[in-house]
Design a protein around this ligand. Structure first.
Ligand SMILES: Cc1cc2nc3c(=O)[nH]c(=O)nc-3n(C[C@H](O)[C@H](O)[C@H](O)COP(=O)(O)OP(=O)(O)OC[C@H]3O[C@@H](n4cnc5c(N)ncnc54)[C@H](O)[C@@H]3O)c2cc1C
Length: 405
């Protein structure tokens, strides 16, 4: 009888795991089912572009059902409400799905409650963490263009996804300069990082100097080790400092695991993330794996204001490949696959140019001196990467390993 693999989540982690498993396991060996509450795959790294009006959601997303069916992967458009690890069942709003192997790839819940006033739908603060939030931010940016005023962009204490905060500050600066409105909009960048470019991974070579130069060149004032506490319609309140006036406040929240995972007995840590081993197997529940933002990962070290380790798209894909190899190997009776250190490649969109950084491994000390580079070519590379990624993902093809993020 075919082994049943159920994958919760249909984004970078879920899709990569499904395709990678199918590459090695025929339909007679394994049934693979992806359950996702979204009908579409969205290229999340382009959400800041949606917020700035340079990308449309339709351009950066596609329906999951057809490409998955073409690879003989089942697709269930439904919301997972819990996992019964004792009975090996994934419970959804509409039914139950038995599994032999489960891969949790449900990403994050934005813990907006960490900062009073961080909305966007129930408070004045904005964030681009999902398609609806990025769309909402686009309206707020349009309103700013009609009625310019001071802006704060930054990240909250405990945030892990800090790259998009830099992107939004630079992209907004670029947009305002193009519209000749920049002189009416003071921009302040507030970050919990102990130094610019820490990014939750202890920095990356010369990225600190690069970002400092860019912020200064563009007249963006900044504060590091800043603990954003409250957002109102007129200001952002920071611990131990005077409030910063702001009519548009964009703050990246700390992340937590989604409720369905956080509330399933024995599945997650107190933050709702899944504890995993080097093969992305659950540390104590047999048959369960987790990949991507859903996994628990310790920060690189203590900082005056907490900053957490990022789980980037590139890292997510590596985790999915390791987990899929491990499952394949176990199904084939070979015990388990090889573990590997994660590396990270990332391109920051700065509006008129891009900054590239590559670290290997993610956590310092590192075997290789990080690569950091800047220029218009990286902006073009980032835009080309989005299109190439979507082209490959729609066809179930593996991205060429040499292409960056
Ligand atoms: C604004 C922004 C910009 C970013 N930019 C970059 C970048 O430039 N480069 C980079 O490498 N990384 C970037 N990242 C990080 C990258 O997007 C993540 O690493 C990646 O999305 C993680 O993939 P994932 O599959 O783990 O989770 P997600 O992409 O969060 O997907 C989780 C999936 O699970 C589904 N799901 C959640 N709960 C349930 C449930 N209960 N039932 C069923 N389905 C559920 C969701 O609908 C979603 O489809 C960015 C992130 C953000 C937010």
């Amino acid at each position: 009888m075919a082994v049943r693999v159920v994958i919760a989540g249909g984004s970078f982690g879920g899709l990569t795991t499904a395709y990678e498993l199918r590459r090695h396991l025929g339909p007679d060996q394994a049934t693979i089912t992806v359950i996702s509450k979204e009908r579409r795959f969205t290229f999340v790294p382009s959400l800041p572009g949606v917020a700035m009006g340079t990308r449309r959601l339709e351009q950066i997303s596609f329906d999951l059902a057809e490409p998955l069916a073409a690879k003989h992967v089942g697709f269930v458009h439904d919301t997972v409400t819990g996992v019964d690890t004792g009975r090996r069942l994934v419970v959804t709003e509409a039914g139950e799905h038995p599994y032999d192997f489960l891969v949790v790839a449900t990403g994050h819940r934005s813990a907006n409650e960490a900062v009073e006033g961080l909305g966007p739908f129930d408070g004045p603060g904005h964030s681009p963490m999902s398609a609806p939030e990025a769309t909402e931010l686009r309206s707020a940016v349009r309103a700013l263009l009609g009625e310019p005023g001071p802006v704060v962009v930054g990240a909250a204490p405990g945030a892990s996804c800090i790259g998009p905060a830099y992107e939004l500050a630079f992209e907004l600066d670029h947009l305002l300069r193009r519209r000749k409105l920049r002189h009416q909009v003071p921009i302040t960048f507030l970050t919990p990082e102990p130094f610019l470019g820490h990014m939750g991974m202890g920095g990356a070579g010369k990225i600190r100097q690069l970002l400092e130069g860019e912020l200064e060149e563009r007249d963006i004032s900044f504060a590091t080790s800043a603990a954003v506490r409250k957002i109102t319609a007129e200001a952002v309140e920071v611990e131990g400092a005077p409030p910063v006036p702001s009519v548009l406040s964009i703050v990246i929240p700390p992340l937590a695991g989604v409720d369905a995972v956080a509330n399933s007995v024995g599945l997650a840590n107190p933050k709702g993330f899944v504890p995993i081993d080097a093969h992305y197997r659950h540390q104590s529940v047999d048959g369960v794996y987790a990949v991507g933002v859903a996994v628990a990962m310790a920060p690189v070290g203590e900082t005056p204001v907490p900053v957490n380790l990022p789980k980037t798209g590139h890292m997510t894909e590596q985790m999915a490949q390791i987990a899929a190899r491990d499952i394949t190997s176990r199904i084939g009776g070979r015990g388990g696959g090889l573990a590997a250190e994660l590396s990270a490649r990332c391109v920051l969109d700065m509006g008129d140019r891009g900054a590239y950084m590559a670290v290997d491994p993610v956590r310092p000390p590192r075997n290789a001196i990080p690569t950091v580079s800047e220029g218009r070519r990286w902006l073009l590379a980032k835009r080309a990467f989005e299109r190439t990624y979507l082209w490959h993902a729609k066809r179930g093809r593996r991205m060429p390993a040499t292409l960056g993020w």
